[in-house]
Write a protein that binds this ligand. Structure first.
Ligand code: 13P
Ligand code: SF4
Length: 371
């Protein structure tokens, strides 16, 4: 998705890393406590070293919701994360994304028109009051608002299981909120989570948004418990079971941990799967000397390798797989938005329209209440 950014002066691009560091430190000091810099674990070190708080997308959304004292939140992450922060913060707070072109290709795989069309198709063949729409955090505010309006919730990779259980498991009176889940936009997180909960693959169908009724017959739609939107992450789809086999051959005592955006086969072949925060805790819990193969974005893997020099930490994919859009947040853009804020100019502010924000907040707050 194209987002127009105000041009940054070339002065920042020409500055040396040391000069940029100094400018960031000075601007941070000038902004003081009114500034909060949030850094997602996939951020580059040149940016991450200035984050006041680091986290996965769930942790950062919770911090954004809780820190009413910070009136300027600079979100070093991608667009959907900054949108969620704007939705969860008060009217006196401003959320800035240092480069507006830092999007997420997975979030762009479900657009609101396709989602509305899918719902109309479903209304023709089944009772949609028994379908719970659940959206992964990696989605636009418009999709979150759709979900909020239709009784559903947001989830992240760290609470997807709890959110799916909330949707489908019977309460103390034996009544479940829904019989079926429409899950967007990552089919892999949906499939991996449902499988881990004990649902078999036959209870899941992939919804192809380019086809009428997702390319599914009315019988298939009725029989499925999960309709999984056909979206994926271009970074995590690169991990394969062959890479895991090779790692295990080279490291017979090694362990493998991957993100649940990887395919079902990869998650099954790994020793563990979880959010970026989970991966960090998994590494922390290993003994010195352990060889660890990781299937997630390479900046996090490199940081872990630097922080734990007594373990052998490698990315499962030799070709190295950065999230290009996360990497758009760099030191020049961070220095620029901070200096502009010191001068009283807020650049690249993320503002979700009120109607969308109201319903998206409903879906996000349901998630925060579940876990
Ligand atoms: P986490 O919620 O695990 O931080 O993941 C976000 C993400 O975009 C992974 O690709
Ligand atoms: Fe989106 Fe994948 Fe990048 Fe995560 S790693 S922000 S899902 S493109």
């Amino acid at each position: 998705m194209l987002r127009i950014s105000t041009a940054m002066s070339s002065d920042f691009l020409d500055a040396t890393p040391d000069q940029l560091d100094e400018r960031i430190v000075t601007a941070k000091a000038a902004l003081g406590d009114r500034l909060l810099i949030l850094g997602h674990h996939y951020q580059m070190d040149e940016v991450m070293k200035f984050a006041d708080v680091r986290g996965d997308s769930f942790g950062l959304s919770r911090i954004a919701a809780d820190r009413g004292d910070a009136d300027l939140i600079v979100f070093c992450g991608v667009h959907f994360m900054a949108e969620s922060a704007d939705i969860l913060t008060g009217p006196h707070q401003q959320v800035v994304l240092p480069d507006l072109s830092a999007g997420c290709s997975m979030a762009d795989m479900a657009d609101i028109d396709q989602v509305e069309a899918a719902w109309s198709d479903l209304e023709r063949v089944t009772d949609t009051s028994r379908i719970m729409p659940i959206t992964y955090m990696n989605s636009t505010a418009a999709i979150k608002a759709f979900v909020g309006r239709h009784g559903g919730a947001v989830c992240t990779s760290s609470n997807a299981r709890a959110v799916l259980a909330w949707a489908l498991m019977p309460d103390e009176h034996g009544i479940a909120r829904a019989d079926k889940v429409l899950f967007f936009p990552d089919q892999h997180l949906g499939r991996n989570t449902a499988f881990e909960m004990g649902f078999d693959l036959a209870s899941m169908e992939v919804w192809d948004p380019s086809q009428v009724a997702g390319g599914l017959s009315a019988e298939k739609i009725s029989a499925a418990t999960f309709l999984l939107w056909q979206g994926h992450c271009s970074v995590h789809q690169r991990f394969t079971t062959d890479q895991i086999e090779r790692f295990r051959l080279e490291n017979p005592h090694g362990v493998v941990v991957v993100h649940p955006e990887c395919s079902h086969e990869v998650v099954q072949a790994a020793d563990a799967a979880g959010s970026t925060d989970f991966i960090i805790r998994f590494v922390e819990a290993t003994e010195p000397g352990t060889a660890i193969g990781i299937g997630t974005e390479v900046h996090l893997v490199k940081r872990l390798a630097d922080e734990y020099p007594d373990r052998t930490i490698t990315c499962l994919d030799d070709e190295v797989c950065p999230c290009i859009t996360m990497s758009r947040i760099d030191a020049p853009h961070l220095a620029w938005v901070l200096e502009e804020a010191v001068a009283g100019r807020i650049r690249n502010q993320i503002t979700v329209p009120t109607e969308t924000a109201t319903w998206a907040r409903v879906a996000l707050e349901r998630m925060l209440a579940i876990i």
